[in-house]
Design a protein around this ligand. Structure first.
Ligand code: GUN
Length: 291
């Protein structure tokens, strides 16, 4: 079993980006990070994005609207950011409070500043294999992680667990693309799937993105499979100072001995999401400034 070190691969990408940013003349790329409410996981993700941006030499603008903000007011805020020539990328941290429509909010972000890749146009470009758009950061990070770990998906059976807009659907489309590194046969499983273990056992590459702690167990995995664990779940643990431990959607102790390669949680997919967000921000800057 080989551990796929997401921290190491993300650090390589971050170093590449830092060199690119250092070479830019004038204004540095700027990302606006909008966080609504005080979901503890969102708080830590946005902090991490802010810290990584600073490390690369990007500017970030943190915007914290009140948790009660109406959809109309949030739209007005996004319109302002869309029109602001000093803002290149805009990210609205998910999940949003229940009274806001996530899809409507994602659609309101200008397609040219949509570094999260959740806008309708950018999702459509993934389906059309048009590389001028933005690919959602976690799916793009997974593809990069596979490529940089020497995993070619061509002709392999990729089974995706989960059909979210943020991970499952876009990663299935990316694995399906007719291009180098992709070209996989793809199955997407979800809560309505019958006989799930029979399908996951067929996976050469299993991508788990359902948000259920340690859901994937040894009996669901084919020996020699590559396992990509996208889950970041907080499980109560009184022995920890924080009162919880982080675990993935995969039961690591029983699955890892079977896998040819596997990502840990934390330190697998998570750091890649942040690295790809920074890459998208640089792409947005180049679109805005035509440089
Ligand atoms: N919540 C979980 N993952 C993501 C992400 O990639 N982007 C945003 N905006 N919210 C998230």
């Amino acid at each position: 079993m080989e551990l796929i070190d997401g921290n190491l691969i993300a650090a390589t990408i971050i170093a590449e980006l830092k060199a690119e940013v250092a070479a830019l003349p004038g204004r540095k790329p700027c990302i606006a990070l909008v966080r609504i409410g005080d979901d503890p996981a969102s708080l830590s993700y946005v902090k991490k994005k802010e810290k990584t941006a600073a490390e690369i030499g990007l500017t970030s603008r943190i915007i914290l609207p009140p948790v009660t903000i109406s959809q109309t007011d949030l739209f007005a805020l996004l319109d302002q950011l869309n029109a602001d020539p000093t803002v290149d990328g805009i990210l609205v941290q998910s999940p949003l409070p229940k009274h806001l429509s996530e899809v409507a909010v994602f659609r309101r972000v200008s397609a040219l500043k949509d570094v999260d890749g959740f806008n309708t146009l950018n999702l459509g470009k993934v389906a059309q294999e048009d590389e001028t758009g933005f690919v959602a950061c976690t799916p793009a990070g997974i593809m990069e992680l596979l490529a940089r770990s020497g995993v070619d998906l061509k002709g392999r059976h990729v089974v995706v667990l989960g059909r979210s807009l943020i991970v499952g659907k876009p990663v299935a489309l990316l694995a399906l693309q007719k291009k180098a590194g992709a070209n996989a046969t793809v199955t997407v499983c979800h809560s309505g799937t019958t006989n799930l273990p029979a399908l996951t056992r067929q996976a050469d590459v299993l991508i788990a993105a359902i948000g259920r702690a340690e859901f994937v167990t040894a009996d669901m995995v084919k020996p020699g499979a590559v396992i990509i664990d996208v889950g970041i779940n907080r499980v109560p643990d009184p022995t920890k100072k924080t009162g919880y431990r982080l675990t993935g959607d995969v039961h690591f102790p029983s699955v890892s001995p079977l896998a040819s390669k596997i990502t840990p949680v934390p330190g697998g997919v998570g750091p890649m999401t942040v690295a790809l967000l920074m890459k998208n921000t640089l792409k947005a800057y180049r679109l805005q400034t035509a440089s």
